[in-house]
Design a protein around this ligand. Sequence first.
Ligand code: NAP
Length: 267
Amino acid sequence: MQDMPQLGIGTFRLEDNTAYKSVTDGLKAGFRHIDTAQIYGNEEYVGDAIKAFGIEREDFFLTTKVWFDHFGNDSFIESVHESLAKLKVDHVDLLLIHWPSPDDKVPMEQYLNSLAQAKKDGLTRHIGVSNFTIEQMEKAVEILGEGEIYTNQIELHPFMQNRKVAERAEELGMKVTAYMPFAVGKVMKSETLQSIGQKSDASPAQVTLAWMKAKGYYTIPSSTNPDHIQDNYEFEKVSLSADDIALIDDLDNGERIVDPDFGPEWD
Ligand SMILES: NC(=O)c1ccc[n+]([C@@H]2O[C@H](COP(=O)([O-])OP(=O)(O)OC[C@H]3O[C@@H](n4cnc5c(N)ncnc54)[C@H](OP(=O)(O)O)[C@@H]3O)[C@@H](O)[C@H]2O)c1
């Protein structure tokens, strides 16, 4: 599939058969965009689920991410081949740098050139980055040229809207992919999202996804529950008024969930 569907399924934390089942339930519900990563340790199960579902290669969009231990010149491409073998495909649709190299131990030129090489070699259709700051996105565009970086996948949910990074990404021609859109379930407890949802008999998860779409963001919620997966897929039953959107905009309090010590200096 050439273009990334706006909604995908995430697979972080899903191990073994849980990943298999979640991907299977997602495909059954109608999802055609799946997000995994080398570090999740579940590429094999994701690949098994896709294969067993029996879907044509051009009918789904698959993303994986290269971990920074594999930024060495040879190990980068080798690691992508390993991912493809586990995923049982001959290319992914999107290959991301999962995190910038901690403390720039490996120069950005080196690992971005490996990423570009993976695309030249036909191992992926698109390339992108994740957890890049504004300065890092700008540098990445200098290195690879305009229009090469398909997306920056960043933490973004109603409580951490990451506006400066999202705006700059779009100015630089990158799609914004929102990870952890539900703040790992916390959105369900928001009275604002609950009351907006009540108007269309929708869950806070569906309201959040409708807000993501209204903002022009791509997003990849995860779930292990088939009812939740179905619920998420059907978020378009929600129609948000301008007032609803403004209320959700106001939920931003900069609450970052993913902040490992190897991460960059956030904007
Ligand atoms: N690039 C990166 O560094 C990075 C970092 C983190 C995450 N990600 C990506 O982003 C994806 C999503 O993030 P995430 O999985 O951490 O968190 P999330 O999608 O914000 O939240 C997942 C949680 O929400 C619950 N949930 C999902 N749908 C629901 C619904 N309709 N109703 C009620 N609860 C619902 C799930 O519980 P149930 O299982 O019970 O439904 C689960 O506990 C990851 O899977 C991964 O692919 C990327």
